[in-house]
Design a protein around this ligand. Structure first.
Ligand SMILES: Nc1ncnc2c1ncn2[C@@H]1O[C@H](COP(=O)(O)OP(=O)(O)OP(=O)(O)O)[C@@H](O)[C@H]1O
Ligand SMILES: [Mg+2]
Length: 249
């Protein structure tokens, strides 16, 4: 199962979710590959990857077989294809390449990868990199930070998803919409809930990720939450999310 974590809005918890969902799926006995598809390289950093010979950039632009850029994160069963700032060049370099929307799909499908889940951390835009992620995935997780601005851009995202579904990847479905960074001191506004339900209905995950200090601290220490603090609310919620994802299969 390939899942893209996508929202063109910045700072909504895409990388945090990819990292911590991945490490919690490991706890539940799954084998997981993370793919960093963001030139910011935040996922690679937050999982503690420092040394690597190649990145997703080399796979997309130089036909490097994806197996050769996979490294272990230090956690058994949890691997990653890293990214760094070089990936920013890919957009331009690939802009006129033949089949440019499906380069990542070609990389993944041409190698026999043996994982229960492949999680792709998208960058905050609807650019070629994100289109490549949507072209290869089975499902999408859309993290949303509940605020009056959260729904800005959602109609544009849905438009792109529908276009990809029609033209490139008919099997693509929303796995779930995840409310993240929810402030437990303030309840979600009725208006926000109604709007979310109207757009996404049952796709909204039961699990909600609250604002949690341990999540931010873990990221600073370059660790997933389950290695950092198993007593934290953040850990319990991401574990619940992993269970919900497995349950939705
Ligand atoms: N539940 C949470 N509690 C506390 N801090 C959080 C939580 N989720 C995310 N953060 C913090 O918010 C910031 C943005 O999160 P993150 O990097 O995951 O967002 P993003 O959507 O990947 O951003 P970008 O669009 O730039 O890639 C980070 O500093 C992260 O540590
Ligand atoms: Mg990110």
């Amino acid at each position: 199962m390939i899942i893209s974590v996508v929202n063109q809005k910045g700072g909504v918890g895409k990388t945090t979710t990819t990292c911590n969902l991945g490490s919690c799926l490991i706890e539940l006995g799954k084998k997981v590959l993370l793919i960093d598809s963001d030139p910011q390289g935040n996922l690679s950093q937050s999982i503690g990857v420092k040394e690597y010979k190649s990145t997703i950039y080399d796979c997309l632009t130089n036909d490097l077989p994806i197996q050769e850029s996979i490294i272990n994160t230090g956690i058994k069963g949890l691997d990653i294809v890293p990214a760094n700032i070089k990936l920013a060049n890919a957009e331009l370099e690939l802009s006129s390449a033949l089949g440019r929307e499906t380069l990542l799909r070609d990389c993944i499908k041409s190698s026999s990868l043996d994982y229960d889940y492949i999680l792709i951390d998208c960058n905050p835009s609807l650019s070629l990199l994100t289109i490549n992620a949507l072209a290869v995935c089975d499902r999408m997780i859309i993290p949303l930070e509940p605020s009056i601005f959260a729904l800005e851009g959602i109609s544009q995202l849905i438009k792109i998803i529908n276009l990809i579904k029609k033209k490139i990847n008919p099997k693509i479905e929303i796995e779930g919409v995840l409310l993240t960074r929810v402030d437990s001191r303030t309840s979600l506004s009725k208006e926000f809930k109604e709007q979310i339900d109207e757009i996404f209905g049952s796709k909204v995950f039961d699990t909600v990720i609250h604002q949690n200090i341990a999540i931010g601290k873990a990221q600073i220490e370059n660790m997933p939450i389950n290695l950092f603090d198993k007593n934290s609310k953040g850990y319990k919620e991401y574990l619940a999310l992993a269970q919900e994802v497995i349950g939705r299969e």
